[in-house]
Every structure is written in C-alpha cells, then in structure tokens.
Design a protein around this ligand. Structure first.
Ligand code: NDP
Length: 450
C-alpha cells in the first residue's frame, strides 16, 4: 500500500535506504507509519518538528563480540546487541532475546515496537531491546552461565537503573537473568534494579513471571466484553508456543472459563480435546526443558502433529499466538476464520503477518495487536523498577490488580484513539496512535540537539 502523505512516504523511503534487507524492521516501521496517516494530516507540528524521521532512527545501537568457552574447552564466539531506541519518556526498557535467529533487524523491530508499547502502559519507560544469536538449547548450565557473564561484561558499560533496564524475552528466563544480574553486581559493586524479571529473593516482583500471559488475557477479556459482549467463558482457545507467555496465558484463560485445546513449540503442536493439562506442560518446559512432543507420552488422550504452523487449523473461538514473529500467516488466518474464530490477540511480538491481519479485519475478527495486548510484561517490569527504587515489595494481589487496571486502560486508550481518528474498532491503528502521541509530544518538548 502506497503512503498518502508525502511526508510519511519520504520518511519510509529513507528508512528503506538506510536499513537495506532488514525485513522485520521495515515491516514494523511500515505498520506504524500506515497508522499515522490521519495523525500527520491533522497535526502538522509532528512534521514541522521532524518527529517521525527522528523516531525511526535509534538513539544508540551497540553490537559486540561475546566470546566464551564451552564444556569441551573450545572457544565460541557470538554476536551481542543492544538497541537504545528512544528515551523521550523514560529510561530505555525492553528484553534480551537469545535465539539463533537474532540479528540487527530483529532487535531493531523489537526495539521500535517497544517504544509504543511502553508508552501505552502509561508508565515512564523508553524503548530498547537486545540479545544475541546464542542458542541456549542443548547447552549446559555452566555454558549458559559463562555466556551470560561474557555478554554482561560488555553490556554493563551501557546500562544502568536510570539509563537502560533490560529484562527477559525468548531464551532468557529466571536462570539467565540471575547470571546476568550476578555479573553486573560483581563488575559494578552496586545492587540496583538494573534488570527486571529478577528472582524473588533478590529484588524481583511477585507476578512478573505471570504478567505477560495474564495481561494478554485481561486485555482480551476487555476487548471481548466491550466490542462483542462476550468473554472467555465456555470458549475454545488455541495458544501457540509453550514458553513463559504461552504457559501463563493458558493459566489465566482457563481461570476465566476458557478451554485451551492446543499448544506448540518450534517442532510441532499438541491437541487435547479434554483441555491441555498445564501441569504437564510446566513440568516439561519449566523443569525438564523438554520438547512438547513428550506431552503425548504422559497424556494419552492427546495427539502430536509435527510442524508448528498446523496449530491454526485446530478449530477455536479465541486464538492467542504466543511464540514468535510472523508465525501466523495468511493461510493460518484463513483457516482460523473458516473455523469461526471470533478474537485473536497477540502474546508474541508481531506474530501475525500483515496479510493475516488483513484477513482478520476483512472478516470482522476482533484483533488485539501485540503492542497493546502483550504490554503486561513490561508494565510489571516497570512496577518492579518502582518497588526496587522504594526498596519495598507489593503483594501478588497488589501487583496483579495494578496489572489488570493497566491492561484495561490500554484497551480503552487504543479503542478511543482509533475512534478519535475515524477508524473505529481498528486497534492496530489505535495502539500505534495512542503510543505515538505521548512520545512525540515529549520529543517536541525536549527540543532537537544541535
Ligand atoms: P520463551 O523462550 O519462554 O518461549 C518461546 C516459545 O516460542 C517456545 O515454546 C518456543 O519453542 C517457541 N518458538 C520460538 N521460536 C519459534 C519459531 N521460530 N517457531 C515456532 N515456535 C517458536 O519466550 P517467551 O514466552 O518469553 O516469548 C514468546 C513471545 O512473547 C516472543 O515474541 C516475545 O518477544 C514475546 N514477549 C515476551 C514477554 C515476556 O515477558 N516474556 C513480554 C512481551 C512479549 P522452542 O522451545 O521449540 O524454541
């Protein structure tokens, strides 16, 4: 689709020239810019202040060598990244991803999206993201520890509790955060809230582990109730992935009365008409770090199908993609629509391709975009930062109640912004616009550096 605004067209052309071949980053930028057509047309001050061309260029981007020694005494080299995208409304904040698919484009797409997501939470956090092409799968604890220590040795020079506060993402859970935090403390001799997602014995927040999955369901419940007078109760739910987000999305969807009938990992998916037994998934994934295919050995009523994309052919009312980017394509979207899906909400970042999103829109399926629907994780990370600053901790119920309020507000802010700019019901546009406005006004207020 061509841009109507010459300003947006020229900014996007420049982004394409400057970032050749970075397809994930270009996809994320294009989606946001498309949503801003009506905003730049109505409010010329954004163009006059060069806001969008500044917004699409990271404030700082770091790439570094991470060398470490494996269990056989062999030297290994990975590539580390941290993109500090925008600090207009607070310190950079965003996770670290450890996965072989990580490259500059993936980290920049995630960092760019993080700006708007963090703004939507209503909390004072800027946007950033980082990670490495290190693959934690099949590595021993010792190897993961040595990698994390080496990674933090460089990263520690660029982050800080008031500068940039990383968290977990794919491949970075409690174990990795512990090793990273330990190394930061050793190097700097200071105990600060420099990372979130920490263990509960050393500054972590209750409910952070559950936050993204729970938040996704709070958002979805509000979207269903407000836009369709519906709820999770009695609905069939399909959730892709079986990591942190997927597991706690399953728990909350079930608590709200839904039945989760399928889950997956990068190898394939399991289907269980009786409802997925979450205790078995947690044992396999959180304790044994095993494959989802093992599930059928423990639950005989279930079936396993190799290949993760087939999960979208399982009939359901609500689909929650919670694995990775571009995992739900046009074909998957059409299969969901043919089977009568009423709502799709994104737990993962950019899991639906633009073609899939178009299919949902054309067929009147409620669609909760990642920036809004999965913001519960970073929101609770910001609550962890507040607790660290106060040197005080809230109870699980207190954090969970704040999380729920934040998710309900995010839904309404996105919904209202879409309506205000004449695109009622389009939460993709609404989330982008609501997230953008606050950051853009802060950038204008803070001037341009000469
Ligand atoms: P985890 O590492 O805990 O789990 C990732 C899950 O996705 C695993 O089941 C993994 O399977 C699967 N997966 C990874 N890559 C692929 C792939 N190429 N194809 C199919 N499945 C794949 O990560 P999280 O649950 O933390 O993150 C999942 C998504 O949610 C990511 O997009 C992340 O950016 C996003 N997110 C996470 C937040 C958080 O708080 N953790 C916050 C906001 C967003 P396998 O084990 O086989 O690799």
């Amino acid at each position: 689709m061509a841009f109507q605004s010459p300003y947006l067209a020229s900014v996007y052309e420049q982004v394409e020239k400057r970032n050749p071949g970075e397809k994930e980053f270009l996809q994320a930028v294009r989606e946001v810019l498309e949503s801003l057509e009506l905003v730049v047309a109505k409010e010329p001050e954004f163009e006059a202040n060069g806001v969008i061309e500044r917004l699409v260029e990271p404030e700082r981007q770091i790439q570094f060598r991470v060398s470490w020694v494996d269990d056989n005494g062999k030297v290994q080299v990975n590539r580390g990244y941290r993109v500090q995208f925008n600090s207009a409304i607070g310190p950079y904040k965003g996770g670290l991803r450890l996965h072989p698919s990580v490259n500059a484009s993936v980290i920049k797409f995630l960092g760019f999206e993080q700006i708007f997501k963090n703004s939507l939470t209503g909390l004072p956090i800027g946007g950033g993201k980082g990670g490495s092409d290190f693959d934690p799968k099949g590595k021993s604890d010792g190897e993961v520890m040595r990698f994390c220590q080496s990674f933090m040795t460089e990263l520690s020079k660029h982050i800080g509790a008031d500068t940039d506060v990383p968290a977990g993402d794919i491949g970075v859970g409690a174990r990795e955060i512990g090793y990273l935090f330990g190394q930061y403390k050793r190097l700097r001799n200071e105990f600060t809230g420099v990372l979130t997602g920490k263990g509960l014995t050393y500054g972590g927040s209750l409910a952070r582990t559950e936050a993204t999955g729970y938040g996704l369901c709070y958002f979805t419940e509000e979207m269903l109730s407000c836009m369709k007078k519906e709820s999770f109760r009695g609905k069939r739910v399909v959730i892709s992935g079986s990591g942190n987000v997927a597991i706690y999305a399953n728990q909350k969807a079930t608590e709200l009365g839904g039945k989760v009938v399928a889950m997956s990992d990068s190898g394939g998916y399991v289907y269980d008409e009786n409802g997925i037994d979450l205790a078995v998934v947690k044992q396999l994934k959180e304790v044994e770090r095993a494959r989802i295919s093992e599930y059928v050995k423990r639950v005989p009523t279930a079936t396993y199908t190799p290949g993760c994309k087939g999960i979208w052919t399982v009939p359901c009312d609500i689909a929650l993609p919670c694995a990775t980017q571009n995992e739900l394509d046009e074909e998957g979207a059409k299969a969901l629509v043919a089977n009568g899906v009423i709502a799709v909400a994104e737990g993962a970042n950019m899991p639906s391709t633009p073609e899939a999103v178009a299919v949902f829109r054309q067929n009147g399926v409620l669609f909760g975009p990642a920036k809004a629907a999965n913001a519960g994780g970073v929101a609770t990370s910001a609550l962890e930062m507040s607790q660290n600053s106060m040197r005080y901790g809230w109870t699980f119920a207190e954090v969970d109640a704040k999380l729920k309020d934040i998710m309900v507000n995010i839904f309404h802010n996105a919904y209202d912004a879409a309506e205000k700019y004449g695109d009622a019901g389009n939460l993709v546009a609404g989330a982008n616009i609501a997230g953008f406005e606050k950051v853009a006004r802060a950038m204008i207020a803070q001037g341009i550096a000469y």
